[in-house]
Design a protein around this ligand. Structure first.
Ligand code: PNS
Length: 163
């Protein structure tokens, strides 16, 4: 079994992320979800809330055996991959826009450390769902309950209750 890293900010972890995780695990990989600090984005959930929601989601979907959650240390993703013994990164592609964003990073990770990126096409049912749009819709009062696993929804409600 090979170990792969599924990195991201996951703010919040969506049904698209869950589908990607499930499919990577179904291919026989041990999946490490690496949650980044993500200082560059306008965030909604803090790091403990994001990692907690993902761990809870894995439990609820019977994925906790094949998938673990780690905080991505500040620094290079490839260094983290080497630290955990992962030979590849997994990322989802919703569109050609995603490919344009992903391609330079994948090539750089390959250049730096020979770490390949495995791309899985996002299921069409989720191809319009991004964490940033979910945050925007939620912040403006829209219903995001059918775009998120229940644990992510609970985390958003908990964050709204304290802010
Ligand atoms: O969910 P995101 O924000 O699209 O995830 C981006 C992420 C975490 C995959 C990317 O920012 C990343 O790889 N960060 C680690 C820092 C690094 O290694 N940078 C150089 C890679 S080319």
């Amino acid at each position: 079994m090979s170990t792969v890293v599924l990195p991201g900010s996951f703010d919040p972890f969506t049904l698209g992320h869950l589908d990607l995780t499930r499919r990577a695990a179904a291919l026989g990989h041990q999946v490490i979800i690496a949650v980044s600090h993500n200082p560059s984005k306008q965030g909604m959930l803090d790091l403990p809330a994001r990692t907690g929601a993902i761990e809870e989601t894995l439990q609820r979907h019977d994925l906790a055996g094949a998938v673990t959650v780690r905080t991505l240390p500040r620094g290079l993703l490839v260094d983290f991959c080497r630290e955990v013994g992962a030979g590849a990164v997994v990322r989802g592609l919703r569109s050609q826009l995603d490919l344009a964003y992903e391609e330079p990073m994948a090539r750089m990770n390959s250049h730096l450390a020979g770490i390949d990126t495995l791309f899985l096409l996002t299921d069409a049912a989720f191809s319009h769902i991004s964490s940033s749009l979910v945050r925007e819709v939620h912040a403006l009062g829209g219903d995001v309950s059918d775009m998120l696993p229940s644990a992510s929804l609970e985390a958003l409600r908990a964050a709204a209750a304290v802010s």
